[in-house]
Design a protein around this ligand. Structure first.
Ligand code: CP3
Length: 338
């Protein structure tokens, strides 16, 4: 499995490649299966369907890694919060404004509820080619907290940042509660056969710099050390999106095997400045992939050149968007593999 070999320290001639959200609405075969479930959460919690759509991009493109089809918002849902996905609007959650509104379930009930994810991981691992790695994942505490407090996606994260300043004790408590569920969720996927674990802190960039240490770094460290204490030694990819120069400190303080770079980060700066024993993953702009052709080729050449002297996983800087022509992904792979 070249993907895990790279994560464990091996230098490869060409970077392994996968794409965030590679199972998704740009694929007609995904939309076909998606039609069979009207509720997105129910879709994620049906092991046969989750397995099928996880395998689709592997069949079509032969990526080096697959990522189990599920969602970071399954955690708030399993914690008893209402979560709905409204087409065209995105996720809508019941807003949390005080920790006393939380009826956090026992870990046993939480895990029972998420058992279909464990079954999906097991089933998918049994069907994947042996050389293809399977990534299990979770949202990180801060990103999950923003969805719970804002009631959905947000532009400015005003409610969440307000909480950090005016409700420090409640913020810490909520982050801590989430941390423990995240460890349980990742450990469930590890035990079911995931080969790699990934932590998505998609809105890390919204944390005020003065709070990065406690909200991002300390939380990620706690998750990783709790997993290690449970004897889970799978490689970890972290994606603290939007941290910019904060990535230097992050990499110095968090023991990860790979770091996801978004497309706003200057890759040449990152290649020079970030701890060399961490593999870097990224960072083609998803819209360059939509464009394809010469524009995309020039970016790919720059990425390959930029990371030629460090361990690198080719990926986008964020998830693939629904308007991406599937042929552009074939074009991308042809360029990487020539
Ligand atoms: O292929 C894969 O990458 C695996 C599946 C995956 C999904 N969500 C499936 C999904 C992964 C890794 C995620 C992670 C996720 N979910 C994140 C972190 C990564 C990131 O993008 O920053 C976040 C923030 C979410 C929350 C979420 N789920 C949003 C904002 C949306 C989009 C809502 C919309 O309508 O655009 C989702 C829904 C979702 N999760 C879709 C997919 C394929 C699309 C919904 C559908 O098919 O109906």
């Amino acid at each position: 499995m070249i993907f895990t070999e790279l994560l464990n320290g091996k230098t490869l001639k060409r970077p392994p490649v996968w794409i965030m959200r590679q199972a998704g609405r740009y694929l007609p075969e995904y939309k076909e299966v998606r039609k069979s479930a009207d509720n997105f959460i129910e879709f994620c919690l049906t092991p046969e369907k989750a397995c099928e759509v996880t395998l689709q991009p592997i069949r079509r493109y032969g990526f080096d890694a697959s990522i189990i089809f599920s969602d970071i918002l399954l955690i708030p849902h399993a914690m008893g919060r209402e979560v709905r996905f409204i087409p065209g609007t995105g996720p809508v959650l019941e807003k949390l404004s005080d920790i006393s509104q939380l009826r956090a379930p026992a870990h046993e009930d939480f895990l029972n509820y998420l058992k279909p994810v464990s079954q999906a991981v097991e089933l998918t691992r049994s069907k994947l080619p042996e050389k293809t790695a399977l990534i299990g994942f979770s949202g990180a505490p801060w990103t999950l907290m923003t969805y719970m407090l804002e009631g959905g996606s947000s532009r400015d994260f005003n409610l969440s940042r307000q909480w950090l300043w005016s409700e420090p004790a409640q913020s810490e408590k909520l982050l801590q509660i989430l941390c423990d569920y995240i460890v349980s969720f990742l450990s469930l996927q590890a035990k079911a056969g995931a080969n790699v674990l990934m932590l998505f802190d998609s809105w890390a960039g919204a944390v005020p710099a003065a709070r990065r240490k406690t909200v991002i770094i300390d939380m990620h460290n706690q998750i990783i050390s709790d997993l290690r204490a449970q004897n889970i030694h799978l490689p970890i990819i972290s994606f603290p999106k939007g941290l910019s120069e904060g990535l230097i400190e992050y990499c110095e303080q968090v023991d990860i095997q790979a770091l996801g770079l978004d497309h706003y980060t200057d890759r040449h700066w990152a290649a020079r400045s970030l701890r060399k024993d961490i593999a870097l993953q990224g960072n083609l702009d998803p819209l360059a992939l939509v464009t394809g052709g010469d524009q995309m080729k020039a970016e790919i050449d720059d990425i390959l050149e930029c990371f030629s002297n460090r361990r690198h996983i080719f990926n986008l800087g964020h998830g693939i968007v629904p308007q991406t022509p599937p042929e552009h992904v074939s074009e991308l792979l042809a360029l990487l593999r020539q």
